[in-house]
Design a protein around this ligand. Structure first.
Ligand code: MG
Length: 370
C-alpha cells in the first residue's frame, strides 16, 4: 500500500464561550484547525487533525502546520501508511522538529493502518482495556464564585475531575483555590492549571499557602527549570504539561523527580506514534497521565482516547473532550461524552467519519507525480 494524495483543509471552529487561561492573559474565541486526508492506492482513506489552540498557547500555529505539510508531502507520498514509525523516521529526516505538524500526517497513517486490518487503533496499541475514561472539565479563569458555579454545573453533567485555570496574582489565586476546595462536590478531584503564567516565587507562595488542599497543580511556570524549582519547594503533586514535548523531556523529568504526572498531549509531542512511546515510559516509571488532544474537533479528541483506552486506568487521571466547547461538529461517530466518561470507538481506525463537505474547499492537494 502507498500514499497517493494528501489533501489539506482549514476549518474555523468557534468556541461556545470566550475562554481565558494562563491567569486570563490568553483569550480564545475560535480555533483554526487543519484536517489532513491521506488517500492510498488501495482506496483506503485516513484522517488526521492539527489544532494547536491558536497561536499563543504553544510554539506552534495553524499556518505552520500547513507550511510544514507542504514541505513534507514529497517525502510522505509513495510511503506505506501502515508503518507509521517508518513514515515518522522519514519525516524527521526531511524536516527536524515541527512535531505538531507531523502529528496530523501520523494520525492519518494510523487511521489507515487500523482500517486496513479492521481494528480500532487502540487494539493496535497494546490492546483495549475494558474501562470508561474519565473526562475532565476545563474551567476558564474567572471570579472564584463563577468558577465554583462552573464546576458544579459540570459535576451535574457527570464530570468528576476538573481543571480550573489559575495564574493571575497570588492573592486572587489563593481565593480561587480556597473557594473551589470548599465548593468542590464530594468525591471530585481538581487540578489547578496555571498554563505557565507564574514565576517560581508566585507558584511557591500559592502552593505553600494552600498546602492543606488536596489537589494537583499543573505547569505553574514557563520553563522546565522554573517548574523544577517549584517542585523542590512544595509538597502537592505537580503535573507537567507544556514542558513535556520530547521523549528526552520526559526522561529528564523522571530523573529529576520534577513531576508526579504529565499532560500527554498527542499533537504537542509530535503525534500518536511518539505519544505511544512516552505512554509506555510513564507506565514503566509510575508517572500518571492525562492523555488528551492539544485541542480540536471530535477527531483530535478521539485520537487521544485510543491511546487512553489502551492504557491501564491505574496510570490515568483523565482525558478531555475539546469538541464539546465548539459550536461546530464536522464528523459522525468518535469518542463522545457519556455523562463525564467516554470510550474509544470499536470501529476500524479512529472510528470517526468526517463529513468532508463541511470542511469546504481544500487549501492544498499534493499528489504523486507520475
Ligand atoms: Mg494544562
Amino acid at each position: 500500500m502507498k500514499i497517493t494524495r494528501i489533501t489539506v483543509f482549514g476549518y474555523e471552529m468557534p468556541l461556545r464561550h470566550p475562554y481565558r487561561l494562563s491567569g486570563g492573559r490568553l483569550l480564545f474565541e475560535q480555533l483554526d484547525s487543519t484536517f489532513i486526508k491521506l488517500e492510498t492506492d488501495v482506496g483506503i482513506t485516513g484522517w488526521g487533525e492539527g489544532c494547536p489552540w491558536g497561536s499563543t498557547y504553544l510554539p506552534a500555529f495553524p499556518g505552520g502546520i500547513r507550511a510544514a505539510v507542504k514541505e513534507l508531502a514529497p517525502t510522505v507520498i509513495g510511503m506505506d501508511p501502515t508503518g507509521p514509525d517508518v513514515v515518522n523516521d522519514a519525516m524527521d529526516t526531511a524536516l527536524p522538529g515541527h512535531g505538531y505538524a507531523k502529528s496530523a500526517i501520523d494520525q492519518a497513517c494510523w487511521d489507515i493502518a487500523g482500517k486496513s486490518v479492521g481494528l480500532p487503533v487502540a487494539a493496535l496499541s497494546g490492546g483495549v482495556f475494558d474501562q470508561d475514561l474519565t473526562v475532565q472539565s476545563s474551567i476558564g479563569t474567572d471570579s472564584p464564585d463563577a468558577m465554583v458555579a462552573n464546576i458544579v454545573r459540570h459535576h451535574e453533567l457527570g464530570y468528576t475531575v476538573h481543571s480550573p485555570k489559575v495564574g493571575s496574582d497570588v492573592a486572587s489565586d489563593v481565593a480561587r483555590v480556597r473557594a473551589i476546595a470548599a465548593g468542590l462536590p464530594e468525591g471530585d478531584s481538581v487540578t489547578f492549571d496555571a498554563n505557565r503564567a507564574m514565576l517560581p516565587d508566585q507558584a511557591i507562595r500559592l502552593m505553600t499557602q494552600t498546602a492543606d488542599v488536596d489537589a494537583y497543580f499543573e505547569q505553574p511556570c514557563e520553563t522546565y527549570e522554573e517548574c523544577l524549582q517549584v517542585r523542590q519547594a512544595t509538597t502537592q503533586p505537580i503535573i507537567l504539561d507544556e514542558s513535556i514535548v520530547t521523549y528526552a523531556d520526559l526522561v529528564r523529568a523522571h530523573a529529576d523527580r520534577a513531576c508526579e504526572a504529565i499532560g500527554l498531549k498527542i499533537e504537542r509531542v509530535g503525534g500518536y506514534s511518539k505519544a505511544r512511546r512516552m505512554r509506555d515510559f510513564c507506565v514503566q516509571t509510575g508517572i500518571r497521565m492525562n492523555i488528551e488532544a492539544t485541542g480540536g474537533s471530535v477527531l483530535a479528541d478521539t485520537v487521544a482516547t485510543h491511546l487512553a483506552q489502551s492504557t491501564s486506568q491505574r496510570f490515568l487521571r483523565a482525558t478531555w473532550l475539546c469538541h464539546e466547547m465548539l459550536t461546530v461538529d464536522p464528523a459522525d461517530g468518535g469518542a463522545r461524552n457519556l455523562g463525564g466518561f467516554t470510550r474509544a470507538p470499536n470501529a476500524p481506525g479512529w472510528g470517526v467519519d468526517i463529513r468532508e463537505d463541511e470542511l469546504g474547499e481544500p487549501l492544498a492537494i499534493y499528489e504523486e507525480t507520475l
